[in-house]
Design a protein around this ligand. Structure first.
Ligand code: AMP
Ligand code: GLY
Length: 420
């Protein structure tokens, strides 16, 4: 088979690396990819939001299966576009992708299907939003409706902070805003829960815990994710049954009531309050860095799973996992998530080797004249599998120490809730 993966981050390098282990695969393309994917796939420089160009490449090269990594092309309808030409694509369609593309779509679906989530109000203008805020409890949570790459969410402790959030959102800080969402603050512990679906059946695709804040101790600004571990310390079979019966299954039923179905990875961002799950958000893709953390544990051939999803045969596949603990630390350019230098040489990465239970997935890197440069905010992911999280983290830190790059930084406390 020939497979194309769309995207250029750590998630996509992990997908490419896992797919490359399959005996079913002859050739892999990554559009556009990074320095890491270029070692095992052919990178194709292209704007992934120009669907006609993506289609032409896929058609010209007789690609058998396309896997979409990031949310933006999914929300813009790349799956519907390619399927019109009878191309096999792994990912949800445009309507189903509204689960991530519009927080209000998801909140309304929760309301219609009785899915547990924070109480909320939707406001079309500043005056109504502020009137509501005068009689509300704090802290509360104020969100822009758009795709805002993890930004666009304010936790507000008082009226002044919440008024500022409303102003910034309606001023267009996260793109044109037709609405704001004001939510009750849920106090609990977060967990990422993943499933994979072929539109008819679903299978669990593991759990993880991301670390979104830039500084140790979960302080500082929000980022795309500074590190993760899998499994989440919260998961147990009783909780999993509740997540499936109260959240995932009603969501898929809600989509079916809208005349559509869900094919792809679905990522539920949950708040667990006293062993009860509440939906905070959906993402219509694997998480990043959760994907890098989870995929090294997968024992079943990923291509078999993805193909089965496209052929509505997921029920026939038995997905097996390594029982080891996995921990991922993200190395970022100094300055991230604000401004940082680009095109900084990473000295010894080209010939860097790790042991068989450790993995390096690239994110913002590029290769030029056999040298690898940091080009993004999140640059590299170091992952280790071990019997326990402490050993996994020690091994990751040991690898990172050997890297000769003084333009980067990382959190040293990833997994602190399960380790320290
Ligand atoms: P979101 O983009 O909706 O996932 O929100 C980003 C982050 O804000 C989440 O990962 C949570 O840490 C936090 N958050 C969002 N909604 C709530 C809520 N209703 N209660 C508490 N924390 C929240
Ligand atoms: N790790 C958070 C995300 O992928 O959205």
């Amino acid at each position: 088979m020939k497979i194309a993966i769309i995207g250029s981050g750590g998630r996509e390098h992990a997908l490419v690396a896992t797919i490359s282990k399959s005996s079913r695969v002859n050739e892999i393309f990554c559009i556009p990819g990074n320095a890491g994917t270029s070692r095992i796939a052919t990178n194709v420089e292209m704007d992934i939001n120009e669907f006609d160009k993506v289609y032409k490449f896929i058609n010209d090269n007789s690609i058998d299966l396309v896997v979409i990594g990031p949310e933006q092309p999914l929300v813009n309808g790349i799956v519907d576009y390619l399927e019109k030409f009878n191309i096999k694509v792994f990912g949800p369609n445009k309507i189903a992708s509204q689960l991530e593309g519009s927080k209000i779509f998801t909140k309304k679906l929760c309301q219609d299907c009785g899915i547990p989530t924070a109480k909320f109000g939707i406001f079309e203008n500043r005056i109504d939003a502020k009137k509501f805020l005068e009689n509300t409890k704090y802290p509360n949570v104020i969100k822009a409706d758009n795709l805002a790459a993890g930004k666009g969410v304010y936790i507000c402790n008082n009226e002044q902070e919440s008024f500022m959030a409303v102003e910034e959102i309606f001023d267009g800080k996260f793109g044109e805003a037709k609405n704001v969402l004001i939510e009750e603050f849920l106090k609990g512990e977060e967990m990422s829960y993943f499933i994979i679906s072929d539109g008819t059946s679903i299978k669990s695709f593991e759990t993880a815990q991301d670390h979104k804040r830039v500084l140790e101790g979960d302080n500082g600004k929000n980022t795309g994710g500074m590190g993760a571990y899998s499994p989440s310390r919260l998961i147990n079979s009783n909780l999993e049954n509740k997540i499936l019966s109260k959240i995932i299954k009603p969501t898929l039923k809600g989509l079916s009531n809208l005349g559509t179905e869900y094919k792809g990875f679905l990522y539920a961002g949950l708040m667990i309050v006293e062993n009860e799950p509440y939906l905070i958000e959906y993402n219509v893709r694997m998480g990043d860095p959760e994907c890098q953390t989870i995929l090294p544990k997968l024992k079943t051939d990923l291509v078999e799973i993805l193909e089965a999803c496209c052929n509505k045969k997921l029920a026939e596949v038995n997905i097996e996992w390594n029982s080891k603990k996995s921990l991922c630390v993200v190395l970022c350019s100094k300055g991230y998530p604000d401004t940082y230098k680009k095109n900084v040489l990473i000295n010894n990465l080209e010939n860097f080797t790790v042991n068989k239970n450790s993995f390096i997935f690239h994110a913002g890197t590029k290769k030029e004249n056999n040298k690898i440069y940091a080009t993004g905010g999140r640059v590299l992911n170091f992952i280790s599998l071990s019997d326990n999280f402490l050993k996994a983290r020690n091994e990751v830190h040991h690898c990172i120490k050997r890297l000769d790059w003084n333009g980067g930084f990382h959190r040293r406390d990833i997994g602190f809730k399960v380790i320290d």
